[in-house]
Design a protein around this ligand. Structure first.
Ligand code: NDP
Length: 495
């Protein structure tokens, strides 16, 4: 693969497009894209800018009958799409990536307003760029047949074929990028896809699909937007062969129940409560920025963000104060303003969760080192970047997924104890170990119960490195060759 995407949490990945060069035409293209996805026959629902709370567009509210029609069309289109072959499908995915690049600024503006993440930092421009990069990687990745026995008497191979119709159900935090994570490998392997975006962020996903569909044959990729009943129907639909889901554990459980009916294969990415362990030999100044962005990427609304940090007693105050300083300095505000790199919470429900958890931590002895309250002067859904020290396991801010800009920092003195506490929750998506001694860090990493353990960074993803959770964070791998296998069915050819 020639163009690996840099780590998702790398704050240097900011794609800073000059606003004056692209601003006016991008705004016009943004309006044109929003017009394309507007409901044709009236109806629908207004979608608000997460930062300003002004209406930015109107999303369709489609019915279960329309979803059923979409699945039927995707099913009818699938054999011809599979028959096109890998080379032609890859060519079309590369063409789709080029189209995304051409519309990247408009897509970034839409997702910035709808989701709240700023254009800059690891934000909206990064998200649009990531969509093109993941499509290109899916196009370039090859899933070879595997010879499993070849002993002169028996020759047996595993080959991989399309599953059929894939249902892609996504969240609101990285709506476009996570949709592409689900769509790109599925299309590559010859499946057709029906996408159900989150009710909170349908516009960016529908706009993205309309751009990709400029180059795909009809009905290979269909978006259906609407309420909760659509997701439930898509997951349980008898003609859906595979469900790719990213969202809450509660919804993941419902999808598992549905799969008892249609026997759909599942990939479930159910969020996490990632722990980081800072060993006593780490340099607080050297790791502070990595810790900060590990926790606060997308204002904390990231499945594999650092959500609880265990720091050795000997450097505890130094780490806490370095994080506190960054929290005070890093600019937060409306995403379309070029200077901001942190934004609002996407929705009221999430804002209330973060407020409740921080207030509870304060009542339970938490020391607020930075933030600790809403940033009402910035807008209704803004919450200050918050560092809470002197909390321990058992406090809700540690035990529950905050999914927002509030990091609890927990003191430990025995690394065995830190490992036990990191492993003590149901979640198992990511984790990290921070140390000047890579071998020591690797020893700790191997003992952590998480799908990925990063060393001296947190949360970076790469289109060729498999990604997925264990325990309550779900199952199945995305990205790379493993990601292609997840949207394929193996067949043994024996003879
Ligand atoms: P949900 O799990 O409710 O929603 C995720 C997606 O599933 C949405 O598209 C939703 O549609 C759809 N959905 C809802 N009910 C069903 C169902 N019965 N069957 C199939 N699909 C369904 O997450 P929320 O958006 O409500 O967020 C809740 C919590 O989940 C957050 O507080 C956060 O902790 C976590 N989360 C984790 C994410 C991650 O990256 N792993 C991302 C986002 C949230 P609709 O929008 O129409 O309800």
């Amino acid at each position: 693969m020639s163009d690996p995407t840099p780590a998702l949490t790398d704050p240097a990945v900011d794609g800073d497009a000059p606003a004056d060069a692209t601003g006016a035409s991008s705004a016009q293209e943004e309006d044109a894209l929003l017009d394309r996805v507007r409901p044709v026959a009236g109806g629908g629902r207004d979608i608000k800018d997460a930062a300003t709370r002004q209406v930015i567009g109107r999303a369709p509210e489609q019915s279960v009958a329309e979803l059923d029609d979409a699945v039927a069309r995707a099913k009818a289109a699938q054999p011809a799409w599979e028959a096109l072959g890998h080379e032609e499908r890859s060519r079309l995915l590369l063409a789709a990536a080029d189209r995304i690049d051409a519309s990247a600024e408009a897509l970034a503006r839409i997702v910035s307003r709808e989701q709240g993440k700023p254009l800059n930092g690891p934000g909206a421009r990064f998200e649009a760029g990531g969509c093109a990069a993941w499509l290109r990687t899916a196009a370039a990745t090859v899933l070879e047949p595997e010879v499993v026995v070849d002993d002169g008497e028996v020759h047996a191979e595993l080959i991989y074929k399309a599953v059929g119709v894939v249902g892609a159900i996504g969240p609101w935090n990285w709506p476009m990028l996570i949709a592409v994570w689900q769509i790109a490998p599925a299309l590559r392997m010859g499946n057709t896809v029906v996408v159900k975006p989150s009710e909170y962020t349908p516009l960016s996903v529908l706009a993205l699909l309309s751009v990709i569909n400029e180059v795909l044959p009809a009905d290979v990729l269909i978006g259906v937007a609407g309420g909760r009943e659509l997701g439930a129907r898509l997951a349980s639909h008898p003609d859906i062969d595979k469900v790719m889901f990213t969202g809450s554990t509660a919804t993941g459980r419902k999808i598992i129940e549905s799969s008892a009916g249609n026997l759909a294969r599942l990939t479930l990415e159910l969020g996490g409560n990632d722990a980081g362990i800072v060993l006593p030999d780490a340099d607080p100044q050297a790791i502070a920025e990595g810790l900060f962005w590990g926790a606060f990427i997308n204002t904390g609304q990231t499945c594999a963000a650092l959500k609880r940090l265990y720091v050795h007693d000997s450097i505890y105050e130094d780490v806490v104060s370095a994080l506190g300083q960054l929290a005070e300095q890093v600019p937060m505000g409306v995403g379309l303003d070029e200077e901001n790199v942190l934004g609002p919470l996407q929705n009221e429900q999430q804002f209330d969760i973060v407020s409740r958890l921080v207030e509870d931590a304060k009542r339970n002895g938490g020391r607020v080192v930075a933030g600790g309250s809403p940033a009402a002067e910035l807008g209704e859904l803004f919450y200050r970047t918050t560092i809470v020290a002197d909390v321990a396991d058992g406090v809700a801010l540690v035990d529950e997924e905050q999914f927002g800009p509030a990091l609890p920092v927990i003191r430990y003195s025995d690394v065995e104890d830190a490992i036990a506490r990191a492993n003590g929750l149901e979640a198992g998506l990511g984790a990290s170990v921070w140390s000047s001694d890579r071998d020591a860090a690797r020893k700790v990493a191997q003992r952590l119960q998480a799908g990925t353990v990063w060393i001296n960074s947190h949360g970076g993803v790469h289109p060729m490195i498999p990604f997925g959770g264990v325990k309550g964070s779900g199952y199945g791998l995305e990205f790379g060759v493993e990601g292609l296998k997840a949207v394929a069915v193996p067949q043994v050819i024996n003879g």
